[in-house]
Design a protein. Structure first.
Length: 393
């Protein structure tokens, strides 16, 4: 369950209240263990979430150190938004080496530990003493076969569902949505009292714009990888174009780019589908603001960050009905959720074709987005770690 809201009338508890909570709980130095950080070329919602929270903790006077893997073109140590980032080891060696560095004290003293369990865990309950919490956005069960050979994918699934969960029973787990919490309890057999829900926030720069594109436009944002469903999205928009002359833009970078380009070429979609890669923050906001609809065909998400960012820009969503999306999009209010590719095509065509329907969804999307702030996310996340600290005396 989520922590009790200490500020029912305040949308954004700020640095002062964060600092008070940290001081009361003895949390002056917090270490975060992550697979990747925001500088990584394949950084996504998980890395953004960690950065937003870490930056606000640093603003409140907490000494935050994030240990992660090497990122191409990024220095091994740096400071971002007031918190320290240590990047050492590759994609797989980061797990044993980060644990060894913590045990040896090479990251300095800590009063609290945050582990980000992103597919492969750091197993912090085994070796870390003192206050700790684990962030687990979603179960990766369907993603393993998409990114690894069959044998390794099976190892990943066994590690996630059978080997790791028993070690985390009794450890505070934070996830982003009620639907993801239900999924974690069902698949990983975690204890209900250990799993807390803290929704993500939305940066204030995401806000409605002045105008939409003159032609029907569909936008998708995320890492170019199979689990995001971009190949299926290209096929869906190809079918939608039999009814509406829509254009598709997929913003992001990743190892699936070449496959997607081949798919675009096979469909003769070069004139209506573009993959501009990663864009800067201002351009991303502009794209959200001008799109008619944002699309999400992911197989697995902890929340659906791009959908709520778009909602804040008055752009409704059409998305798969999966844990995470169920909470990020209120079906029929700020967008539409679907259960199949055929339903996706029908819903997307309807939103693009029906102006009044689209306007109703736009208004609902903005209303929902206003409820989400990173200040509140940072406070409620720290509250779970603080509760663990107080529980240990």
């Amino acid at each position: 369950m989520p922590p009790t809201d200490p500020f029912p009338d305040e949308p954004s508890p700020g640095p002062a209240k964060l600092g008070d909570l940290a001081a009361e709980s003895g949390l002056r130095r917090v270490h975060i263990l992550a697979w990747r950080d925001l500088a990584d070329v394949e950084a996504g919602g998980s890395e953004l979430h960690a950065s937003m929270v870490a930056g606000r903790w640093a603003d409140a006077g907490i000494e935050v150190t994030m240990r992660t893997s090497y990122a191409q073109g990024a220095p091994p140590e740096t400071t971002r938004d007031g918190y320290r980032v240590v990047r050492r080891a590759g994609r797989y060696l980061v797990f044993p080496r980060a644990v060894a560095a913590e045990l040896a004290g090479r990251h300095g003293r800590r009063d609290g530990l945050v582990e980000i369990w992103n597919g492969v865990p750091f197993f912090s309950p085994i070796w870390a003493r003192g206050p700790k919490v684990t962030w687990l956005h979603h179960v990766h069960e369907d993603m393993w076969p998409m990114v690894l050979p069959p044998a390794l994918a099976r190892v990943g699934q066994i590690l996630e569902r059978r080997i790791a969960p028993p070690f985390y029973r009794g450890t505070s787990i934070i996830t982003l949505s009620e639907s993801s919490r239900t999924h974690l309890l069902d698949r990983l057999r975690l204890r209900p009292g250990d799993v807390h829900v803290v929704p993500p926030g939305i940066d204030p720069r995401f806000r409605p714009g002045d105008e939409k594109t003159p032609e029907p436009s569909v936008l998708a944002v995320g890492r170019l990888m199979p689990s995001k469903g971009f190949a299926e999205l290209i096929d869906a928009v190809h079918r939608v174009r039999e009814q509406v002359p829509a254009r598709l833009t997929i913003i992001g970078e990743g190892y699936e780019r070449d496959d997607l380009m081949r798919r675009i070429s096979a469909l003769g979609a070069e004139e209506w589908c573009e993959l501009p890669g990663r864009v800067d923050d201002d351009e991303l906001v502009r794209r959200y603001q001008r799109a008619w609809v944002v699309a999400g065909m992911s197989r697995s998400e902890g929340w659906g960050m791009t959908l709520t960012e778009a909602a804040a820009c008055a752009t409704p969503a059409v998305a798969t009905r999966i844990p995470g999306h169920i909470d990020a999009v209120r079906d029929g209010v700020g967008g539409q959720l679907v259960d199949s590719d055929d339903e996706f095509v029908s819903a997307l065509a309807m939103v693009l074709r029906d102006h009044e329907h689209r306007e109703r969804l736009r208004e609902g999307a903005v209303r929902q987005a206003r409820e989400l702030t990173w200040d509140r996310t940072a406070y409620e996340t720290l509250a779970v770690l603080a509760a663990d600290s107080r529980g240990r005396g």
